[in-house]
Design a protein around this ligand. Structure first.
Ligand SMILES: Nc1ncnc2c1ncn2[C@@H]1O[C@H](COP(=O)(O)OP(=O)(O)OP(=O)(O)O)[C@@H](O)[C@H]1O
Length: 593
């Protein structure tokens, strides 16, 4: 008999199956037993019932019936065995399936472990590369710094998931430099300047949607709040949100055609030169609150999804850049931000000198609120003007001369006019004109005479406090030394005005006023020597007009910028810095008695 009772895989012992298999010998033996048994039965039947009487026939019938029952029972037993065999086969099949599933599970587990190991290795490699690159970026050697920068760039290019982190690192690097714009200008090509520029270029290169070789990194946020950015060019880029609050843009800031899909914050940012937002798309809030534009602020064709915020922004530059076309395609002109509209339209292009209201102080022009900008020599004895070529130096000087002559008699004020180019020859036709110098040879002698006179005005040891208070230990006119085109006066390398330097700090005591007008070009160098250096140290009032921003801050931190003729940033103790349109003395007849 076959037994498959144990042919079932047990759950607690997966894979272990126990079978009892019928041997061949046993099969032959069983067959022989059956044959012998058959012959024996046949012999016995013939012997027992072979005589043919009725009783034997009945007995034979009984034996046949019994035989049939036995055979039937045997058939049933065979059927049972077949069923059991079938069951065993099915169980074996199922076991095979289970075995295969277990193998597949093991394989998948192994694959997952291999994948995890691979990912771990890749992650470790990434972290190592990243840390090394960041270390390099912080190095003191330019080559190493640049190496670190480009390693980070490569990492970002190959690992999209790291891009925002890498941009954050680059932004953080740029934010480390919060030096003043002046310092940056001072040393623009220094190591840090070069690395900063390179960082800016790498950022821009990956933010331009049309960048070749899939170099564009989409959906990037940049945070450069407070950073000093040198010649920053993000034109044509597409970024999500951008934070430039209180950033200092040294040199042109280019955002032409840039798209900000998120908020763009430029609050309190300072643009030292042109701020080019031509065609820029601001997809969300654009905040320029309290920003200072020292160069042209160009927003032509810019698109603002949300109303731009320009409250307290200062436009120290040309105001005619977009009075009509400003925001032309998105914001109708009557929806210009009020502060901007006021600044753009308030300051007239021409201010007739004659229309300025009378005042004791000398009129210079008009301020943004329409009130006159003035210089009061009584309060601030000296005045300095830096203007570009053909932008109003002589006009300003003449306005000052006119102011002196119209307010004082020759007994009260006299003028030493230094005018090497003779542009104002014959302009002061009154007795106010003490001397007119057109060359260094002349000027040297005149300054020496002036110096002698001023020496006599210095308070001696016997001057009383009362005399000091009323300045009554000498009498005579105030002396105005007015110098047009001062750059020509010092061009020979010597400063003929040098002897007056010692009197500048005590000008009120000796009645001295020095007015210097010169070109912005080379002004920062000129400020390092002579009379100009002392005047700068005294923080005298004055104006800074048109000129290259690279000159740096000239007067109380004011930079030259792209300004129209006659438009200046005026500096005074009372108003600080402000945009002023200088007066235009037209007609401008010579001053006569
Ligand atoms: N206050 C002003 N308002 C408007 N325009 C002005 C004003 N002052 C000067 N300009 C314009 O600038 C031109 C040059 O003026 P001005 O001769 O005073 O300049 P400058 O700086 O002395 O020139 P230069 O470089 O030759 O010395 C004038 O012809 C006039 O068109």
């Amino acid at each position: 008999m076959i037994s498959v009772d144990e042919g079932v895989a047990r759950d607690d012992e997966p894979g272990e199956v126990a079978y009892r298999v019928l041997s061949i010998r046993m099969i032959w033996f069983a067959s022989a037993v059956i044959v012998v048994l058959g012959i024996a039965v046949a012999v016995w039947l013939l012997a027992a019932f072979g005589h043919g009487d009725a009783q034997e026939r009945n007995q034979l019938e009984a034996v046949k019936t019994a035989g049939t029952v036995v055979v039937g029972t045997g058939g049933a037993a065979a059927l049972l065995l077949a069923a059991r065999r079938q069951r065993s086969a099915e169980i074996a099949l199922k076991q095979k399936d289970l075995d295969q599933a277990a193998v597949a599970r093991t394989h998948a587990l192994q694959e997952r472990m291999a994948e995890d190991t691979r990912l771990d290795a890749a992650e470790r490699r990434l972290t190592e590369l990243y840390s090394t690159a960041v270390d390099q970026l912080g190095s003191e050697r330019l080559a190493v710094q640049l190496g670190g920068l480009y390693a980070l760039e490569r990492l970002g290019q190959s690992s999209p998931g790291q891009r925002q982190t890498i941009v954050n690192v680059l932004c953080a690097y740029l934010r480390m430099f919060t030096d003043s714009a002046a310092d940056v200008v001072e040393n623009p090509v220094g190591q840090q300047g070069r690395v900063r520029q390179a960082v800016g270029e790498v950022l821009a290169a990956h933010l331009r949607p049309d960048a070749p070789d899939h170099r564009f990194w989409p959906d990037i946020d940049i945070d450069l709040a407070g950073a000093s950015l040198l010649g920053f060019d993000l034109s044509g880029c597409r970024v999500r949100s951008a934070g430039f609050g209180a950033a200092a843009f040294v040199g042109p800031a280019r955002f032409a055609g840039t798209t900000f899909t998120g908020a763009a914050g430029f609050a309190s940012a300072e643009f030292t030169a042109v701020a080019d937002f031509t065609g820029t798309t601001f997809g969300a809030r654009a905040d320029f609150t309290a920003a200072t534009f020292r160069g042209d602020a160009v927003f032509a064709s810019a698109r603002f999804a949300d109303g731009p915020e320009f409250a307290d922004a200062t436009f120290l530059t040309r105001s005619d850049f977009g009075s009509a076309g400003f925001f032309e395609s998105s914001v109708p002109s009557d929806e210009l931000p009020p502060e901007l509209a006021r600044q753009l339209t308030t300051l007239p292009l021409h201010v007739p000198y004659a229309e300025l209201p009378a005042s004791d102080a000398l009129p210079l022009g008009v301020r943004l609120d329409g009130t006159p900008a003035v210089w009061s020599p009584e309060a601030d004895p000296h005045f300095v003007a830096f203007l570009g070529p053909e932008s109003g130096k002589t006009t300003l000087v003449r306005g000052i001369l006119r102011g002196i002559v119209e307010r004082h008699t020759p007994a009260e004020a006299v003028i030493l006019l230094v005018d090497y180019r003779r542009t104002s020859l014959g302009y002061v036709g009154t007795e106010h004109l003490l001397a007119y110098a057109v060359s260094t040879a002349q000027l040297g002698g005149m300054v020496e005479d002036v110096r002698q006179s001023l020496r006599r005005r210095l308070p001696g040891p016997d001057v009383t406090q009362e005399q000091l208070k009323n300045r009554s230990w000498w009498s005579g006119p105030e002396l105005y030394v007015v110098v047009d085109d001062a750059d020509l006066v010092t061009a020979g390398g010597i400063d003929p005005l040098e002897p007056l330097r010692e009197f500048l700090p005590q000008a009120k005591d000796v009645g001295l006023h020095v007015v210097i007008a010169r070109r912005t070009e080379g002004a920062s160098g000129a400020l390092e020597h002579g009379v100009l250096n002392t005047l700068a140290g005294l923080r005298v009032p004055g104006v800074v007009g048109n000129g290259d921003f690279r000159e740096g801050p000239l007067l109380s931190g004011v930079w030259p910028s792209a300004l129209m003729p006659g438009r200046v940033t005026a500096v005074s103790r009372r108003y600080g810095r402000e945009l002023v349109q200088l007066a235009w003395p037209e007609p401008d007849p010579p001053l006569s008695a």
